[in-house]
Design a protein around this ligand. Structure first.
Ligand code: AMP
Ligand code: ZN
Length: 467
């Protein structure tokens, strides 16, 4: 498989550090709000990368962090008059609901920054010892110029950066390019004890620490949106490589941005959508399909027209699979082996599967991989009917659903929940609440939400509706 490596700016053959295994670290969200539709892009793209590696037989260790201490979280907590952890826990839960809806697999490990502070302190101490960091009045700075390769990922030159920097030179910093590893506590902010006084970590250090802790000093793939290349990933490299003396990540993958109606998404411009908003207008599978219809390194435009088009395309696959299901369930297909014509068709399908694989092997070209699925769907629509053999229809069904599954697309419609099943689940949820088993109660609510059923607790009891 070839992967475009931001570090070398070339497509390179992927060679894992350890045969049959791949370690991937994806920078995760800062949890202070519902995630927006742009944040869904890296989540979907890199989940698809993981699924493809798994299909190829790799054992994948997929680590993605939660940034659960940050200015935005603290500001929101102060606005609401609650502890910062209440905000982060709330939005981690909402994030998980969105991910489940988008069929993004749970990470192998989902560490939280606030639970890794001791290891961050240790790495900062190592950096100080090795002469790459220094402390001034309770703040620890990374000595950017001490890392000779600074700028190698973003292709920036440190002198140009300094000349163009608009940051006022603080009295404390030895150099304007130095960045914060640890900052002293302020009133109303969460803090931890450290050798430099009470305070909290800077943002970049968490990923260096969690990547090393859960995947090792040297990892296969580090990924995220392209806005993270500088300064976040550049600073991660400087921290990690200075501390360990090893190559931090072999391949760096970055997704391009998603824009709304060809404009940058922004709250003030009024073109800001959360995943939750969009999933109330379109099935989450359409969102996933829409994202994978473009190459991850191409900018992606989000508009109603394009979403409608994606919805129609996905419906073509779902309808075809539905027809195959219908033929199989009818129980009237020919038993026994495939006809000679069908055997020839399966050879064609095998070629199309190769086309799918070749596209995915070419730097995760999901757009071309989807085109190959459509060719198989076309064959199914033309050749599967009441005269087909059961073996052939089953083969076509398995092929289409298997390839869609690699992309995380669920195209086989589940049978709709009957009113009676819903009532039973609601009753179970009421019992769970009575027994103070809130985890189970929430689980049932989320399960129903994912099937398009919204619950409303009223004084007269629980009401439900389909959305
Ligand atoms: P944040 O919570 O802002 O750190 O973002 C989480 C992830 O979403 C990061 O990998 C970002 O690079 C990515 N991201 C943020 N905005 C967009 C966007 N408009 N399009 C694509 N990716 C984005
Ligand atoms: Zn990161």
């Amino acid at each position: 498989m070839k992967i475009y490596n931001t570090l070398t700016q070339k497509k390179e053959e992927f060679v894992p550090i350890e045969e049959g295994k791949v370690g991937i670290y994806v920078c995760g969200p800062t949890v202070y709000n519902y995630i927006h539709i742009g944040n869904a892009r890296p989540a979907i793209v890199f989940d698809t990368l993981r699924r493809y590696f798994e299909y190829k037989g790799y054992q994948v260790n997929y680590v993605s962090n939660f940034t659960d201490v940050d200015d935005k979280i603290i500001n929101k907590a102060n606005e609401e008059g609650v502890h910062a952890s209440e905000i982060s826990e709330r939005y981690i839960k909402e994030f998980r609901i969105d991910m489940e809806a988008l069929n993004v697999k749970e990470a192998s490990c989902h560490p939280k920054a606030t639970e890794e502070i001791d290891d961050m302190i240790q790495m900062i101490e190592t950096l100080i010892k090795k002469g790459h960091a220094y402390e001034k009045n309770g703040t620890v700075y990374y000595k950017t110029r001490s890392f000779k390769e600074y700028g190698k990922l973003s292709k920036k030159n440190i002198d140009d950066l300094e000349a163009g920097s608009r940051i006022a030179v603080s009295d404390e910093k030895e150099d304007p390019m130095d960045f914060v590893l640890w900052k002293p506590k302020k009133d109303g902010e969460p803090y931890w004890k450290s050798p430099w006084g009470d305070g909290r970590p800077g943002w970049h250090i968490e990923c260096s620490v969690m990547s090393a802790k859960y995947l090792g000093d040297e990892i296969d793939i580090h990924a995220g949106g392209e806005d993270l290349i500088f300064p976040h990933h550049e600073n991660e490299i400087a921290q990690s490589e200075a501390a360990s003396g090893k190559t931090f990540a072999r391949y760096w993958m970055h997704n391009a941005f998603l824009n709304i109606d060809n404009k940058k998404m922004s709250k003030s411009a009024g073109n800001f959508f959360t995943v939750r908003d969009i999933c109330q207008q379109y099935p989450p599978q359409v969102v996933r399909f829409f994202m994978l219809n473009a190459h991850y390194r191409s900018p992606l435009n989000f508009s109603r027209e394009l979403m409608e088009a994606a919805s129609n395309s996905l419906t073509r696959i779902i309808t075809s699979v539905g027809q195959l299901d219908f033929l199989l369930k009818a129980g009237t297909l020919k038993e026994g082996s495939q006809s000679l014509e069908e055997v020839e068709l399966t050879k064609e399908v095998e070629e199309l599967q190769k086309k799918f694989n070749n596209s995915m092997d070419d730097d995760l070209n999901t757009a071309d991989a989807i085109a190959a699925i459509f060719e198989i769907v076309k064959l199914a629509n033309t050749h599967c009917n009441g005269d087909s053999s059961e073996a052939f229809v089953q083969y076509m069904m398995d092929k289409i659903t298997m390839l869609c599954d690699i992309l995380g697309l669920i195209v086989r419609q589940e049978e709709e929940l009957l009113d009676e099943d819903i009532e039973n689940l609601i009753e179970e949820r009421q019992m769970a609440r009575k027994n103070r088993d809130f985890a189970r109660a929430d689980e049932i609510r989320d399960q129903l939400l994912n099937r398009g059923i919204v619950l409303e607790d009223t004084r007269e009891g629980v009401r439900w509706k389909r959305v």
